[in-house]
Design a protein around this ligand. Sequence first.
Ligand SMILES: Cc1ncc(COP(=O)(O)O)c(C=O)c1O
Length: 458
Amino acid sequence: MSVRETVELDLDRIDALIAREEAELEPKHRGSIEYRKVAERTVAGGVASSWQDAPPHAIYIDHGQGNRLWDIDGNEYIDFHLGYGAMVAGHAHPKIVEAIERQARRGTHFAQPTRDLDAVGENLVDRFGLPLWRFCNSGTEATLEAARLMRAATGRDVLIKIEGTYHGHHDSLMFSVIPDPDLIGPREHPVTLPQALGIPKAFGELVRVVPFNDLAEVARALDEHEGNVAGMIVEPAMMNCGVIMPEPGYLQGLKDLLHARGAFLAFDEVKTGATIAYGGAVEAFGVTPDIVCLAKAIGGGLPCGAIGATEELFGPVVRGDYDMAGTFNGNPLTMAASRACLTEVLTRDAYEQFDAVHRVLVEGCTRAIERFGLPAYVTGMGAKGSVIYSATPVREYRDTIGIDERITYLAWLFQQNRGVFKSPWSKQETWTTSVFHTEEDAQRYVANFEEFAEAVTA
Ligand SMILES: Cc1ncc(COP(=O)(O)O)c(C=O)c1O
């Protein structure tokens, strides 16, 4: 990234623009605001997941089709949220609908294996290069099993994780996800901070947090916990701070460092898997870890999760010494949707389409950034990307602390008011595109972004 002149953003102006955009948005969402009052009589907070309740208010959805989404007020959007990136196959893709309908008529749950297993397994082996797979129902379950498999195989308890990454809401890894800057401690010794109330402190003693893109800090952690580290879990490209790419050599360096100490490397590809490339980060960055965790995009919109690993790691599971279990694991509806999604929709051609749309987004947003001198840049790959509101490259979580959330919130409001549904929490989140997204959709995103860039720099 070349050095260039940027303007200093006036936060008072941004506050005024937020007030203007919120006032414009609220009348469009009267139905959502009213429905919430109904829902919250019996549903805690009126939403099913706390992260569905984002400022300025929860938006309730009526239906989706292809690249489009309609809320219960009847507003139509081009959907760049795509269910936090799960819907790269688009909404109600006919091939996936057909697979689900066919299976629904034949029964939706048996807690016995069905004949879609091998097709999905084979496809994942082809994409990610790991020989054995198991299926579950969420990214949380996949990373939970990854943590446990690494501990089981080594007999060690300590896990290394990256500061600022999310691996799901189980107690083994829900630490230092978006840690409070006042409490994080020194960079070479980040404090392991629980991300939710109720997580036992003792669990945090088993998690060593390190900054992304820094091999020396991983070596330091391994030295300090000599003989006790079971493994490390890493999002190969961080996708919960916008998108932060791994620097050349980083992922291979991790693998080498960990293997030299008898520890394992797990990629959390819940967001990158089957989105940034056909073979996710494994293909994009050319490094095959010991474990890959998947969810979101591989299920074509049904609750899903998968864990792939080496024969060595799956040994205890295959031999029956380790029960990797779950009533709904390999649920027939999910497997049918997954099979259609992976083998018929997210084919290699789909990734050419993602790249073409991505180019329009990157070039268009970059042009606007340069034209208005916005302190920002664009990053991402394939179906995923984001604008990062920093004049200098962000390499790790701590580099994002200074980014004022009002800027990213305003960027979200501009898109929302102009027919584009971006993921909420947009400082952390990315855009996602689907097989139905066109270059015109990307141009609409860019046009809204241009308007935003002009307004904040005027
Ligand atoms: C990188 C990553 N890992 C794991 C998860 C947890 O997945 P799930 O919400 O399906 O449990 C998420 C969810 O956003 C994620 O982004």
